[in-house]
Design a protein around this ligand. Structure first.
Ligand code: HEC
Length: 110
């Protein structure tokens, strides 16, 4: 009887921990993703593209008028193009995707 009782407590604890962990990580990654793109942009991209995407330092493309699709943007960011440096060594695939999604919001000609 004692054994069954402690087993029940143990099982309840495991259940409580695993379900709250799952919830935490799901909501953490959802909110992280939303702000990540902007944070990454402000860390790595503003030096050339500027806070609004239209600064054009070192010949950087004006992102407010960029017509590229998400896939094309991911490619330019990962592999670089002319004076733009590649970011695949610096940023994970998820981060590149997040920043590619973020720069979509800078476009003014949608
Ligand atoms: C060293 C300066 C520099 C940095 C830093 C930089 N870029 Fe660029 N970017 C450029 C230049 C220059 C071009 C134009 C490339 C060309 O002429 O082929 C460009 C082009 C682009 C394009 C293509 C736009 C189009 O429509 O053709 C995208 C998208 C882009 N950058 C996104 C980013 C993102 C996102 C970051 C940060 C992760 C970033 N860039 C950081 C210089 C930079």
């Amino acid at each position: 009887m004692k054994y069954i009782f402690s087993f029940l407590i143990f099982a309840t604890l495991i259940y409580a921990c695993s379900s709250s962990n799952a919830e935490n990580s799901a909501s953490a990654s959802a909110s992280k993703k939303a702000e990540d793109g902007e944070k990454i942009y402000k860390t790595y991209c503003v030096t050339c593209h500027g806070i609004y995407g239209d600064m054009g330092s070192s010949g950087a493309f004006d992102l407010t008028i960029s017509q590229l699709t998400l896939e094309e943007r991911i490619k330019v960011i990962s592999e670089g193009r002319n004076l733009m440096t590649p970011f695949k060594e610096l940023l994970s695939e998820e981060k590149i995707k997040a920043v590619a999604e973020y720069i979509e919001t800078l476009r003014t000609d949608k």
